[in-house]
Each structure stands twice: as structure tokens, then as C-alpha cells.
Design a protein around this ligand. Structure first.
Ligand code: CP
Length: 308
């Protein structure tokens, strides 16, 4: 199968074959030195960042990536400042912005918003987080970081702890990991367990064990992926209050860890990783943030046809 990235929408990580994921990761590596010196490969191209939900890393790294490649950016980081506030519908916003931009990075609280945008847009849509559903470019960053830090993704034991119900980064990551030979441990409070259909799908492809306490696997895992509780997705705020602080990775938690364990987190972090972990050799979440720039440079250059 010929790989074609040009003009392609990125809606779900499941739109990618393993070969395509590997190609994005290779292109991200190529982008590392390019990020240092800059490039003009996307000169004249415009990225629109339409963020209907808050963001620090995704929006800023997309904008930085575009500028590193010689392109420019437009957009909004708060829909309250856009004509959505006046009642403009979502599709009309997309049909407007497609006239100004060559690619659109979209974040929205509604699952399915990226697919709807792709239906109406003449320019590619990059899903930059939709509700609790998916965040495919974050999964690519996570995979790139694992590969870079551990030299491989296959044959690793990976524990994912936190909000496996509402966490979109986890959903995209486990979907991506279905394409690799990994052993997965899912650690969460009962109410935040991964939901039925996704769990069944992942279990049908790779080894998955659900556990209640990280202690059960700490001594054998190679990667620990931590996520925050997604407060904003809880229908009942009282439920969040009950769950707040129910898990936390601190120095005591990593006492039995392998020497080469790496700890990742898509960020933002609230209280689920103690700051004392930042000083340990396990902490790689800020390297992961840095990798976001290279991966998003790769994605933009591929989707805009500057790289094959
Ligand atoms: N990881 C991530 O999506 O971070 P932001 O919400 O800050 O973009």
C-alpha cells in the first residue's frame, strides 16, 4: 500500500497503519535538527488553530511547529472571542476558515466534531482533542517518546494509570498500542475504568490486565503513563470531588521500579505525580512535551505535502 499523507485528515489514530505511524515517527526524528535551525518548507502556508477548549501544549506546539517550518498561523484559543459567541454554527465556522487556511487544527468538547469538520472542509482537519474521544497527535508524541527513550515500543510492559474513562489521550494511545506487541496494565479507580467497547477491542488485540493498584506491577513495568482525572468531563461534579487524590505517583510508589523505567504524562498534571518525581531519572514528561514540537512539525509537513 502506498502511503499518502498529503491533504489527509487526521481524525483518529486508527486511521493510521503501523507502517504509517512508523513513518511519522521517522519524520519526527528528521525534524529534530530542523527545529534548531528553522526551515522555509511551509513558506506561504497558513495553519488555523480553532480551539473551542483550553490548551497550552497542543495549540502552542502546533503554532511553533508551523513557524519553525516557515509558515504562519491564525486562529483563536477561546471560542468566546469568535463569532460562535454570536450564535454562528460550527459548520459555518469551518466553511469560513477553510478560505483562510491550508490546514486546520481543531479542539472541541464534542466527540465527532473533527469528523464533522472534515466532512465540510476542503483543507485537512487535524483532530487536536475531541471530548473524551481521541487526541491522535498526542498518541504519536507518546509513541515517539517511548521509542526515543526506550529504543523500541515492541516487547515493553506499559502501565497506564488514571482516568481511563474520560481521558482522550489514553484512548488514542491504547488504540495505537494495539498495533504493537506490548503488554498493557490498566490501573484506575473502579468508576474511571476504560469503557466496554474500547476495552473489548484492545483486549482482542493485545495482552491487557486491569488492576487496582500500581504496586502490583511496579517492579516489572518499562513505561508508566499517568493521566489526570478529567474534571471537566464529569456530569456530576460531586463524583470528581470523591475521586480527587485517589492515586498519586510519589517516591514511595517507585521504590521497586526498574532502573530504566520511564514515566510519561500528556500534561497538564494536577496532583497525580508528586513534584519530587521530577528530579528522578524516571521522569520524562517534559521531554515528551519537547517531542511534541518535532512530531507536529512532521505532521504539518506531511499533511501539507512538503515531506513525503
Ligand atoms: N497534552 C495536551 O493536550 O495538553 P494541552 O491540553 O495543554 O494542549
Amino acid at each position: 500500500m502506498v502511503m499518502e499523507f498529503r491533504n489527509r485528515n487526521i481524525i483518529s489514530i486508527q486511521d493510521f497503519t503501523r507502517k504509517e505511524i512508523d513513518h511519522v515517527l521517522k519524520t519526527s526524528q528528521v525534524m529534530e535538527p530542523v527545529a534548531k535551525i528553522g526551515s522555509s518548507m511551509l513558506r506561504g502556508k497558513i495553519l488555523a488553530t480553532l480551539f473551542f477548549e483550553p490548551s497550552t501544549r497542543t495549540r502552542l506546539s502546533f503554532e511553533a511547529a508551523m513557524q519553525k517550518l516557515g509558515g504562519s498561523t491564525i486562529g483563536f484559543s477561546d471560542a468566546e472571542t469568535s463569532s460562535a459567541k454570536k450564535g454562528e454554527n460550527f459548520v459555518d465556522t469551518i466553511r469560513t476558515v477553510e478560505n483562510y487556511a491550508d490546514v486546520i487544527a481543531l479542539r472541541h468538547r464534542l466527540e465527532g466534531a473533527a469528523s464533522v469538520a472534515a466532512e465540510y472542509s476542503r483543507v485537512p482537519i487535524i483532530n487536536s482533542g475531541t471530548g473524551a474521544q481521541e487526541h491522535p497527535t498526542q498518541a504519536l508524541i507518546d509513541l515517539y517518546t517511548i521509542q526515543k527513550e526506550r529504543g523500541q515500543i515492541d516487547n515493553l510492559k506499559i502501565a497506564v494509570i488514571g482516568d481511563l474513562r474520560y481521558g482522550r489521550t489514553v484512548h488514542s494511545l491504547v488504540k495505537a498500542l494495539m498495533q504493537y506487541n506490548v503488554e498493557l496494565f490498566l490501573v484506575s479507580p473502579e468508576i474511571l475504568r476504560m469503557q466496554g467497547s474500547l476495552l473489548r477491542e484492545v483486549k482482542s488485540k493485545i495482552s491487557v490486565t486491569e488492576i487496582q493498584s500500581l504496586d502490583e506491577v511496579m517492579s516489572e513495568i518499562d513505561v508508566l503513563y499517568v493521566t489526570r482525572i478529567q474534571q471537566e468531563r464529569f456530569p456530576d461534579p460531586g463524583e470528581y470531588v470523591k475521586l480527587k487524590g485517589t492515586y498519586r505517583v510519589d517516591l514511595k510508589s517507585v521504590k521497586t521500579a526498574k532502573k530504566d523505567l520511564i514515566i510519561l504524562h500528556p500534561l497538564p498534571r494536577i496532583d497525580e505525580i508528586a513534584p519530587e518525581i521530577d528530579q528522578t531519572p524516571y521522569a520524562r514528561y517534559f521531554q515528551q512535551v519537547g517531542n511534541g514540537l518535532f512530531v507536529r512539525m512532521a505532521i504539518l509537513s506531511l499533511v501539507l505535502g512538503a515531506t513525503k
